[in-house]
Design a protein around this ligand. Structure first.
Ligand code: F6P
Length: 564
């Protein structure tokens, strides 16, 4: 990324040009930008790695794109891309590279980062992960009482949960057939809700926990892990269902029922994870960018290592495109610039992610962390307060369901919102029963029809309807809401990898233009510290008089409930 002396983006010439351009365009309705211009689809749609990116429903024209590309050049985007991919210390506040792209480099690639051959280390790590995956998938991993593992519970939160959770659900169709029955589950929330459910249903003899935490200090995950460990020790020390046998040692139980995944082997060993049941990753892999390595163990357990490597290959294909394609044809650059235009020049600061495929039910939640924990910043890399907007508020839900939840606001509310529609073109071809296949393919067409229709109505508003004459105001549609549509040829490990990498690099492009660091997350630290102080007070070990009246009242209400 550019040197520390770089001017802030709002002082760049292209930014000033864009401000004037936005003033000229701001009263031009999106439907008028379309008009009868058939070339708009070809002008604003690009394809790579099994993805089609349709940006034609953004509220921009050819001049807009030309000015935005000039802004990207002035902000140093091409050089920043090279710095990211080559392992420069782009994470300036933590003085480290951000090399999630190295995790998906093929074995014959080479990348030397400050004297370390990164590719060899990455593939050694993958090989170690593959050994654990094969043992578990073959039913060869035995619990402390000698039974094969049936349930694997990933204990992690944020980047140690959302990526594997999203991918395992998106690729559920890719479970290898006819192998040892292994089910993968996720427990993330500190309140124990998910874990309590598993502990109430699973047999401890056949349950393994993957303790996933880059820092190995996250209280959410350590709380779940300690509860799980005590559950195992309590239930297995008397040898499961054979109370007469000799008691099992805590060391054996922890060894056979925990795998650790972390950047801190010392802390894993200190907690009790057996060294040969530890998987490592590097501090230059950010948590929200980490599913491509050993944090992706749950993914490999569900879909197998071959499909996991296909996921990596799809992301690598997008990395190569990001590195090589000229900016005017570069999908992450174009997607990033559309966001800059919306946020900084059209003042649209709400962004909704709307997949029209139930397998992507966790995709919006994944992007919420990827985008808002990366770019929810207000200080430049030089430590200056920004005086322009950065990351929009981003949320989402399965599109078809959201049509029955918040589309009313999108169509008739007062908030300008930009929407990303995501859908696969092909689906259900492998369904064997012809009648079921026919029905499901009809439902796929129904979902596509809704996906395409919604972006059309958001664009055209009332003009989407043939003229039916005057309608009362509460039945009128303003339209003019911009959107992007991403089509996947088919949802496969490869195209999913490319899709995720598309958004990772889009986030990076925007961070470069906003001159912010997308790879740290200092904003989440204070909440954790205050929570620790508050917990001490709730536990009667701190001074409640220091708290504000609301906190005192809330804690008091809890204490009173304890007396009932
Ligand atoms: O939310 C803060 C955060 O540090 C995220 O960046 C990270 O993905 C998550 O907590 C979990 O952190 P760890 O993997 O270190 O437990």
């Amino acid at each position: 990324m550019a040197s520390a002396t770089r001017a802030t983006p709002d002082t760049l010439p292209a930014w000033q040009t864009l401000k004037q351009h936005a003033h000229a365009l701001q009263n031009v309705h999106l439907k008028n930008l379309f008009g009868d211009d058939d070339s708009r689809w070809t002008n604003f749609t690009r394809q790579v790695a099994g993805l089609t990116l349709d940006l034609s429903k953004q509220r921009w024209d050819d001049d807009t794109l030309e000015h935005l590309l000039a802004l990207a050049h002035e902000a140093g985007v091409p050089g920043a891309i090279d710095a990211l991919l080559s392992g420069k210390r782009v994470n300036v506040s933590e003085n480290r590279p951000a090399l999630h792209t190295a995790l998906r480099l093929p074995a014959d690639a080479s990348l030397d980062v400050e004297g370390e051959d990164v590719v060899t280390a990455v593939h050694e790590s993958l090989a170690q992960m593959e050994c654990l995956v094969q043992r578990l998938q073959a039913g060869q991993w035995r619990g402390a009482t000698g039974k094969p593992i049936r349930h694997v519970v990933n204990l992690g939160v944020g980047g140690s949960d959302l990526g594997p959770l999203m991918v395992t659900h998106a690729l559920a169709d890719y479970r290898p057939k006819g192998r040892h029955p292994l089910e993968v589950h996720f427990a993330s929330t500190m309140d124990g809700s998910q874990l309590a459910d598993y502990l109430g249903r699973f047999n401890p003899e056949t349950t393994l926990f993957v303790l996933s935490s880059k820092s190995f200090t996250t209280i959410d995950t350590l709380s779940n892990a300690n509860t799980a460990k005590d559950w195992l020790l309590g239930r297995l020390s008397t040898h499961g269902d054979q109370p007469s046998a000799a008691p099992l040692s805590a060391e054996l139980i922890v060894r056979q029922h925990f795998i650790g995944v972390s950047a801190s082997p010392e802390k894993m060993s200190e907690w009790g994870i057996a060294s040969d049941h530890q998987l490592m990753f590097w501090d230059w892999v950010g948590g929200r960018y980490s599913l491509w390595g050993t944090i992706g163990l749950p993914i490999a357990l569900v879909v197998g290592m071959d499909n996991f490597r296909e996921l990596l290959a799809g992301a690598h294909a997008m990395d190569c495109h990001f590195r090589d394609a000229p900016m005017e044809d570069n999908l992450p650059v174009l997607l990033g610039l559309a966001g800059i235009w919306n946020v900084n020049f059209l003042d649209i600061r709400a962004h909704s992610i709307l997949p029209y495929d139930g397998r992507l039910e966790y995709f919006a939640a994944y992007l919420e962390q990827l985008e808002m924990e990366s770019n929810g910043k207000s200080v430049t890399r030089q430590g200056q307060a920004v005086n322009y907007s950065t990351c929009p508020v981003l949320w989402g839900q399965l599109g078809p369901n959201a049509q029955h939840a918040f589309y009313q606001l999108l169509h008739q509310g007062t908030q300008p919102v930009v929407c990303d529609f995501i859908a696969p073109l092909k689906r259900y071809d492998e369904v064997e029963d012809p009648d079921t296949r026919r029905h499901l393919k009809a439902q796929h067409r129904l979902a596509l029809a809704n996906c395409f229709a919604q972006s059309r109505v958001l664009m055209l508003g009332d003009d989407a309807l043939d003229d039916e004459g005057p309608r009362p105001e509460h039945k009128r549609y303003r339209g003019n809401q911009p959107s992007t549509t991403v089509l996947l040829d088919k949802l496969t490990p490869f195209t999913l990898g490319a899709l995720i990498a598309l958004y990772e690099h889009k986030v990076f492009v925007q961070a470069v233009i906003w001159d912010i660091n997308p790879f740290d997350q200092w904003g989440v630290e204070l909440g954790k510290k205050i929570a620790t102080d508050t917990q001490a007070i709730i536990d009667g070990e701190g001074d409640i008089s220091r708290m504000d009246a609301s906190s005192r009242g809330l804690i008091g209400a809890f204490w009173a409930s304890e007396q009932e």
